[in-house]
Each structure stands twice: as structure tokens, then as C-alpha cells.
Design a protein around this ligand. Structure first.
Ligand SMILES: [Fe+2]
Length: 126
């Protein structure tokens, strides 16, 4: 089974971000224009500050962003970290000053993590 990764769209006018919990055929529109589907990036050249890294120990999963710690400053920070399995999804919201990591209690074989940077968009664990 594939992890439960829902599509996330952003309005480039007002900044609204929405997650599609049930797919329909319609086009998502905000502020009078189509919303942009956020691409899940997985790799970046140079320092890997965005791709989430999973550390599993028993039933505890720690997700760090990234292999080089991402900044958590007022204007540039990781807004949330999510971990998904084939039937569950958990998200932790962060704020500037927090550590760019999240801990979850769950037991699953196949896990995928995603993180959202307010400047650099959506990232998925490789
Ligand atoms: Fe960033």
C-alpha cells in the first residue's frame, strides 16, 4: 500500500493553503484564479535543509528537517511536519523558535514524511 499523501494547493494571491481530503473533478479556485498544486520536492543540491529525515525507534518516529537543520526564524521556518502511512496521517504544527522536528507515536512499516517551509514549499522524504 502507498502512503496516504493528499494533494495540497496554494493560492498565490492571498496565501491560503488547502489539503484535498477527498478528490473531486473540479478545479480549486481562490481569489478568482486557479490554485497552484504544490509539488513535493525530494532533493536539493548542496545542503539538504528541507527533505525530511525519518528516525524510527520502536513505536516512536522522529522526523527532522532536514539532514542539515532548517532555520526556524520569523520570516523563514518549517510550518508543519507530517508523517503518513497507508491509512493514517499525523501532522505537527511548528512556530519560529521551535526545533524543526516532530515526534510521533505509531507503528507502521512504510512511512512517508512531508514538511512545509513557508519560503521553499513542500518537501517529501526520499
Ligand atoms: Fe526553507
Amino acid at each position: 500500500m502507498v502512503a496516504l499523501l493528499k494533494r495540497i494547493y496554494k493560492c498565490n494571491v492571498c496565501g491560503n493553503i488547502v489539503e484535498v481530503v477527498h478528490e473531486g473533478k473540479g478545479q480549486l479556485v481562490c481569489c478568482g484564479q486557479s490554485m497552484q498544486l504544490l509539488e513535493e520536492k525530494t532533493a536539493e543540491p548542496g545542503k539538504e535543509k528541507h527533505a525530511p529525515v525519518l528516525e524510527v525507534s520502536g513505536d516512536t518516529v522522529v522526523v527532522k528537517v532536514g539532514s542539515v537543520q532548517h532555520p526556524m526564524e520569523e520570516g523563514h521556518y518549517i510550518e508543519w511536519i507530517e508523517v503518513s502511512t497507508d491509512g493514517e496521517a499525523y501532522r505537527k504544527y511548528l512556530k519560529p523558535g521551535d526545533k524543526p522536528e516532530a515526534s510521533f507515536k505509531l507503528k507502521a512499516e512504510k512511512l512517508t514524511a512531508r514538511a512545509y517551509c513557508n519560503m521553499h514549499g513542500l518537501w517529501r522524504s526520499p
